[in-house]
Ligand binder design. Structure first.
Ligand code: UD1
Length: 362
């Protein structure tokens, strides 16, 4: 039986693991989940395990918050101890681009445990982002790079990497598909009794480059204030901690961080999504809601087709203008796996690949 250790720790990773863990179990793998503890508040962590059916973690490393080195270092020390307690797995899976991803990849690679990176090959080409550094290092250390899009495959090829690279489709696409209808049933939201479909804007802001720069954060809030309708803003704790220095415009309603099902419901009915999240850009387009991205670049170029996603950065006038510009044509199709669900492709590959005769024969 294939032995897998999965390392997750931040919100979007719980969502991705929900669909891949289900596929791994169906493929007959034995999986142990390590929660690094990067996200620890109930609304940032527990709610995702409860509502998405992610298997209970075997261990929580309780690394918590801190500077990049403090946080990543704490995860590494504790993960190494866990892995050395054995048995070492056939693969260690990491997701995306957080500090939990980097810690998992570094520790496994040094213990000669093959690393499988889900959501490999993405690039913003902006090394001021911690996430870009995490992605580059993780891809280099990974034996298997599971890419969500052809763009991601091309990015790796441009860096000279072709072996062990597999275009699987996007596990977030699987998650949206699997949970969207359940969300409509299981997450009726009080707030939506006050806001009819397509009357409100949904915003999220949490990227360090926006929250930790007072001018940029002020500009984002000014832009939200210029929108011609109510704005619902579920607040990441990082952003909440910066509120004292800000004026929250009257049309903006602050909400607690939302669980995944609630978020899908909010996205589906919004007039526009405004965000600096990576995953939310895709979810908006998949659910047919135009997106406005509060950044100057995106890893998800496919979302930009037909103006379904517009990169406006933090300029208030650009934010307001994008909100009244309609996209052209149907929403772009992207993130589809070549053989159906990306999670199934990944699970099947991890479970048969060694038998086929070695790593990287994709
Ligand atoms: C991290 C990821 C980011 C991802 C995001 C998803 C890195 C470098 N960044 O950013 O790529 O998009 O997760 O949400 O890994 N905090 C709490 N409670 C929690 C978690 C965090 O209060 O449960 C607060 C703490 O003050 C902490 C701050 O939020 O210092 C930032 O948390 P951290 O995990 O460092 O990064 P995120 O901004 O969440």
């Amino acid at each position: 039986m294939r032995q897998i250790v999965t390392v997750i720790g931040a919100r979007p990773q719980f969502i991705k693991a929900a669909v891949v863990s289900r596929a791994l179990a169906a493929a007959g793998a034995h999986e142990r989940i390590v929660h690094t503890g990067q996200h620890y508040d109930a609304q940032m962590s527990g709610v995702f395990f409860d509502e998405l059916g992610v298997p209970k973690p075997t261990v929580n490393l309780e690394a918590g918050s801190g500077s990049h080195a403090v946080q990543t270092g704490a995860m590494m020390v504790r993960l190494e101890r866990f892995l050395l307690d054995g048995p070492l797995p056939d693969y260690l899976i990491v997701y995306g681009d957080t500090n939990s991803t980097l810690a998992g990849a570094l520790v496994a690679a040094k213990l000669q445990v093959p690393v499988a990176h889900v959501e490999a090959g993405l690039r913003s080409f902006n090394r001021r982002m911690a996430e870009e550094i995490n992605r580059i290092v993780t891809d280099r250390l990974s034996d298997l790079c599971f890419c969500p899009t052809a763009t991601a495959v091309a990015n790796l090829r441009a860096e000279g990497r072709t072996s062990g690279v597999l275009m699987t489709g996007d596990v977030m696409r699987d998650a949206t598909r699997f949970f969207a209808d359940r969300a409509a049933v299981r997450a009726p939201l009080d707030i939506l009794t006050e806001h009819a479909p397509a009357t409100y804007f949904l915003a999220t802001v949490h990227r360090a480059e926006n929250t930790d720069d007072p001018d940029r954060l002020r500009a984002v809030f000014e832009g939200l204030g210029r929108l011609n309708g109510p704005v619902l803003l579920p607040l990441h704790p990082r952003t909440r901690s910066k509120l004292a220095a800000l004026t929250v415009p009257e049309n903006v309603t602050l909400l607690e961080p939302a669980g995944y099902l609630a978020m899908l419901t909010l996205v589906r009915h919004a007039r526009r999504v405004l965000t600096d999240s990576g995953g939310l850009q895709k979810e908006a387009v998949w659910l047919g809601t135009p997106c406005i991205t509060l950044r100057y670049e995106t890893e998800w170029l496919e979302t930009l087709a037909g103006g379904w996603n517009r990169l406006v950065g933090t300029d208030p006038a650009a934010i307001a203008a994008a909100a009244v510009t309609e996209p052209e044509g149907p929403a772009p199709v992207f993130g589809e796996g070549p053989e159906g669900g990306a999670s199934e492709v990944i699970a099947a590959h991890l479970c048969r690949e060694r038998e086929k005769g070695g790593k990287g024969e994709c």
